[in-house]
Design a protein around this ligand. Structure first.
Ligand code: GLU
Length: 260
C-alpha cells in the first residue's frame, strides 16, 4: 500500500514536471523566433540616425544595425531580421498586440516603462536638448517660460516637460518629422527631445540649430514583453551588446553616422 502511494505521488510529480516544461516551451519568445526562422524587430523610421528609411526605402540606422547583429547571433547568417515600423507612441502597444519580438527604437529605460516592459542592458546614452530656429531668443530650457514647445507623443520629453517650465504650452505630434515641420512653420519655439535625434535635423537644415546643453540622461535599451517568456532572448541580446561593444563594432557604426 505504502509503495503504491509513493509510486502514485512520483507519477503525479513526473506529470507536473512535464507540464511545467511544456508551458515554458510554449511561452518562450526565443524558441518561437528559432522555430519561425526570423526575428521581428520594431524600429523607428523618423529618428535619423537611429532608425530611418534610406533612399531605397530600406530600414537603416544604428538601431537597425544592432538588430541585424542580434539576428546574426541568433541564426548565424545575415538576412533573418524583419523590421516593422513603430513610433514613440505605439511601440509598447505593438510589442504586446503584434508579432514583434523586441523594440529597438531610441527607447530610454524609465521607471514607469520598466513596470510594464523588460529591458536589455543600455547600449547608448543620449540626453534631452532643444531644437530651435536659428537666431531664436530661446537659449536654454528656462527661456521657454511663457512660450510653446513641441514634443512627440509617448516620448520621455512629454513627461519631463510637464511642470518643468512655468506657463509652457505643449504641442504634441506623432512623429519627429511632423515635430520638425511644425517648428519650421513657427507653430512653437522649440522641439524638445533627445539630442541624438534632433541633431539629424540641424545637420541637414541650417535654418535650425540644436542647443548644446543636455538636461536629462536617456539610456537607450531594447524593450521586450515583461515576464519569463523573454528571459532567454534578453540573455542573448545582452551577450550581443557586450560582445559588439567590446570588439568596437557599435562604436564604429556610431562613428559612421558622425556620433561619438
Ligand atoms: N529616448 C526618448 C524616449 O524613449 C525619446 C526618443 C523617442 O521618442 O523614442 O522616449
Amino acid at each position: 500500500m505504502y509503495k503504491k502511494i509513493i509510486a502514485a505521488l512520483m507519477l503525479v510529480m513526473l506529470i507536473c514536471t512535464g507540464c511545467g516544461q511544456k508551458d515554458e516551451e510554449e511561452n518562450n519568445t526565443l524558441n518561437d523566433i528559432m522555430k519561425r526562422g526570423q526575428v521581428v524587430i520594431g524600429v523607428k523610421t523618423d529618428a535619423y540616425p537611429f532608425g530611418y528609411l534610406d533612399k531605397n526605402d530600406n530600414y537603416a540606422g544604428f538601431d537597425v544595425e544592432l538588430g541585424k547583429l542580434i539576428s546574426k547571433k541568433l541564426f548565424g547568417v545575415e538576412g533573418r531580421a524583419k523590421f516593422v515600423p513603430v513610433t514613440s507612441s505605439n511601440r509598447i502597444m505593438k510589442l504586446y498586440s503584434e508579432d514583434i519580438d523586441m523594440v529597438i527604437a531610441t527607447m530610454s529605460i524609465t521607471k514607469s516603462r520598466a513596470q510594464i516592459l523588460d529591458f536589455s542592458n543600455p547600449y547608448f546614452v543620449a540626453g534631452q536638448s532643444l531644437l530651435v530656429r536659428k537666431n531664436s531668443s530661446v537659449k536654454s530650457l528656462r527661456d521657454l517660460r511663457g512660450k510653446k514647445a513641441i514634443i512627440v507623443f509617448g516620448s520621455t520629453s512629454e513627461q519631463s516637460l510637464r511642470g518643468a517650465v512655468q506657463n509652457l504650452g505643449i504641442i504634441g505630434y506623432k512623429t519627429y518629422n511632423d515635430a520638425y515641420q511644425a517648428l519650421k512653420q513657427g507653430k512653437a519655439d522649440a522641439v524638445v527631445s533627445d539630442d541624438t535625434i534632433l541633431i539629424g535635423y540641424a545637420l541637414k537644415d541650417n535654418s535650425v540649430e540644436l542647443l548644446p546643453k543636455r538636461f536629462s540622461k536617456e539610456p537607450y535599451a531594447i524593450a521586450f514583453r515583461k515576464g519569463p517568456e523573454s528571459e532567454g532572448l534578453i540573455h542573448t541580446v545582452n551577450t550581443v551588446i557586450a560582445e559588439e561593444t567590446r570588439n568596437g563594432n557599435l562604436k564604429k557604426i556610431l562613428e559612421s553616422y558622425g556620433i561619438k
